[in-house]
Design a protein around this ligand. Structure first.
Ligand code: MG
Length: 172
């Protein structure tokens, strides 16, 4: 595969560390699936979204695209495109993996926080980390996940929404 960006960059610029931030929020409603980090979590409420509404996958997408200077998730996977309706968001991560390969970017580390009142996410983190690592072609050890509640405050605290923040460090 052609390494487009690598070719047009001076050698000294290659492999410097770059950092990106991502954030996402989805409303929660009864009778919908709750998918976080590519994993379906048993819950009485699930995310409302054009795709599967996976806040963690979406925040990670934006963190990676931001670090690479490649825009945002809405530009690459617009919610107006019927192709992404009900899509498993791990597909977005897989697209970004291919884009990074093309542009010669390497993912070094991902750190993320998911804010959800309930259920507890900690027990699902090992499976989520494996799913994200597989989609991105990176080591599980380079993905760190954290869970918070919103202490009953605001929409997230009332169980009406789920949010996620992510930071990605890449080299390229
Ligand atoms: Mg989203």
């Amino acid at each position: 595969m052609t390494k487009k960006r690598a070719k047009r960059r001076p050698k000294a610029e290659k492999h410097r560390a770059r950092c990106g931030i991502g954030y996402d929020l989805h409303r929660l409603e009864p009778g919908r699936k709750l998918t976080i980090g590519g994993i379906e979590i048993p819950s009485d409420k699930g995310s409302v979204g054009h795709s599967d509404g996976d806040v963690l996958a979406h925040a990670v997408c934006d963190a990676l695209l931001g670090a690479a200077g490649l825009g945002d998730i809405g530009t690459h996977f617009p919610d107006s495109d019927p192709k992404w309706k009900g899509a498993n968001s791990l597909i977005f991560l897989d697209h970004i993996r291919a884009m990074f390969e093309e542009e010669d970017f390497r993912i070094r580390h991902i750190d993320a926080i998911v804010i959800l009142e309930r259920p507890k996410l900690g027990p699902h983190f090992p499976t989520m980390r494996e799913a994200i690592a597989k989609a991105l072609g990176m080591e599980v050890d380079s993905i760190n996940l954290k869970a918070k509640t919103n202490e009953g405050v605001d929409a997230i605290g009332r169980g009406e929404a789920v949010a996620a923040y992510a930071v990605a460090t890449i080299a390229g």
